[in-house]
Write a new protein. Structure first.
Length: 201
C-alpha cells in the first residue's frame, strides 16, 4: 500500500559516474580557459634569442587583443590593440597550422626601415638593447598597411619574419607572451630555473 522502504532511499551515483562528471567538467573548463584566456606555447627556434631561448615554455594572454571563438573568424573585443614592443604569438601566414612568436616593431601606418643594425620607425632610430646581431642588413622603407603589424625576431640575423613574408594580418594574432613557466635546455639536459617565472618584455 505504502510501497517498500527501498523506494524512498535516494540512489547514490556510482563512483565511476562521479569521476566521469568531474573529468568532463575539468576538460570543458580547460578548453574554455585555453580558448579565451591563456594558452601555453613552446619556443622552437633561436629567432628570439636572447629574450627567449629554445626550450622556454610560456603562457600567452589571449584576452588582451580579443580571443577568437574556436573554429570561427569571430573575435571578442580586446583590451587594447597590439603595440610596438609587444612579443606576440600568431599563426604563421605561410602555414596556419604553425605558431610563430616575434616582436611587434611597428603598427599600421608606420614606416619601417632597417639600416645595418639600426631599426628606424617613421624615420626615428629605435634603441633596442634586447636585439642580437651578427652582421645586420638593409631593408625597406616599407609602410605597414591597415589591419597589419610588422614583426621581427630579436635575433635579427637568424629570424624569418615580416622582412621575409611581409606585414602580419592582425587576424592571425593569437595572444601576447606573458611569462615563462618552464625552461629546458636539451643540449645541457638541465632545467633553467633562472628563467622560470620571468616576465616577458
Amino acid at each position: 500500500m505504502f510501497g517498500s522502504r527501498k523506494d524512498h532511499v535516494p540512489r547514490r551515483k556510482s563512483v565511476i559516474r562521479e569521476y566521469a562528471e568531474i573529468v568532463t567538467m575539468a576538460v570543458i573548463l580547460a578548453f574554455f580557459v585555453r580558448a579565451f584566456f591563456i594558452q601555453a606555447f613552446k619556443i622552437p627556434s633561436e629567432s628570439m634569442e636572447d629574450t627567449l631561448l629554445v626550450g622556454d615554455f610560456l603562457f600567452a594572454n589571449k584576452l588582451i587583443y580579443g580571443a577568437k571563438f574556436p573554429f570561427t573568424n569571430v573575435r571578442l573585443p580586446g583590451v587594447r590593440d597590439p603595440e610596438s614592443g609587444d612579443i606576440i604569438i600568431f599563426k604563421y601566414p605561410g602555414d596556419k597550422k604553425k605558431d610563430y612568436i616575434k616582436r611587434c616593431v611597428a603598427v599600421e601606418g608606420q614606416t619601417v626601415e632597417l639600416r645595418g643594425r639600426t631599426l628606424y620607425v617613421d624615420g626615428v632610430p629605435r634603441s633596442e638593447d634586447y636585439t642580437k646581431y651578427y652582421h645586420g642588413s638593409q631593408y625597406g622603407p616599407i609602410t605597414v598597411p591597415k589591419d597589419h603589424i610588422f614583426m621581427m625576431g630579436d635575433n635579427r640575423d637568424n629570424s624569418a619574419d615580416s622582412r621575409v613574408w611581409g606585414p602580419l594580418p592582425k587576424d592571425l594574432i593569437l595572444g601576447k607572451a606573458m611569462f615563462i613557466y618552464f625552461s629546458w635546455s636539451s643540449s645541457d639536459k638541465v632545467i633553467r630555473f633562472a628563467r622560470i617565472g620571468d616576465i616577458i618584455r
